[in-house]
Design a protein around this ligand. Sequence first.
Ligand code: PLP
Length: 386
Amino acid sequence: MKGLFPIEKFGHIRTPFYYYDTELLRKTLDTIKEEAQKHEGFCVHYAIKANANPKVLRYIREAGFGADCVSGGEVEASLRAGFPASKIVYAGVGKSDWEINLGLDNDIFCFNVESIPELNVINELAHQKGKIARVAFRLNPNVGAHTHANITTGLAENKFGIDMRDMVKVMEETANMENIKVVGLHFHIGSQILDMGDFEALCNRINDLQLELERHHLTVEHINVGGGLGIDYQHPNRVPIPDFKSYFNTFAKKLKLRPGQTLHFELGRSVVAQCGTLITRTLYVKEGYVKKFAIVDAGFTDLIRPALYQAYHKIENLSSDEASESYDVVGPICESTDVFAKQIDLNKVHRDDLIAIRSAGAYGEIMASSYNCRTLPQGYTSDEFV
Ligand code: PLP
């Protein structure tokens, strides 16, 4: 056992692989439930896009969460994992007909609709089935989140959602659609957000919008504020569970819900990121003139965040206690962006050492590809090693 990992049991497993600490996952889920339940009408959906490993989904479903999906494949994965259709929300700017039909056939809780052309298609398909589709409008609140530019979604320049200025017109037009029931308003401003001020800004926008709608005698059953709560990538041991208390308190204090209105959340990263680690083996230590490379058997095909948005992941050598040295940790893929970290200190690395790339539970396994004809790594839960 080194730190959190039963490395003596890793010997026979093909690397790289994802390791999910189910004790931490359970504690995280318990914390979310405990903090959300302090506020009336708070409902938490898990954003399947963060990690759809069936073993991980089972824990989340057992904890009673709903599911937030952004494709028909994710709706299928949620149903397979046993999430009740009545707790499935489905967003996405480009839903194909089969995906909409899947949602209709299963009577999902709600479609988060992102454009008027999409609304018309849902109305038509629902009409063909003699069903009423429950929809929430995804609105673009034009709130900039203090996060990486590639993961902000709530700005006017982003492709997501309907412009807030068009909302009253859209709601009034929808009143005439026979096969649509408008039940909610949906927002999502971005991901890896740690500044509660960004969520406060979102609350203020929603408060203004609700007032505006009421002036036109329009109300909805629920508000959905999306996901986005960030995690501490620098300190996965010190801060394994994000500050859900402050997160939920921010909405409880700042968002003016109407009587009976429920508030929905779609949390992804904050639920699963810290429980996951990418375990990889060192193939070679290459001594260059200016630096040393630890060449490992995982690449950006297995964890793309560092290559995609220069994301930081804490890296540890699980096999060595020798004095630290500086390394670039790189993968075997034929691309110069296949770098996990540059000039980081690791306990002296040797061939075959196991390296842990931490906080890889979200947007890791799910974004894996087989580029270079690589095999997709397996995911294991910690309870498989006891
Ligand atoms: N909801 C929607 C619509 C999203 O696009 C995303 C992610 O981008 C999420 C929820 C989950 O976000 P996060 O993993 O940051 O909580």
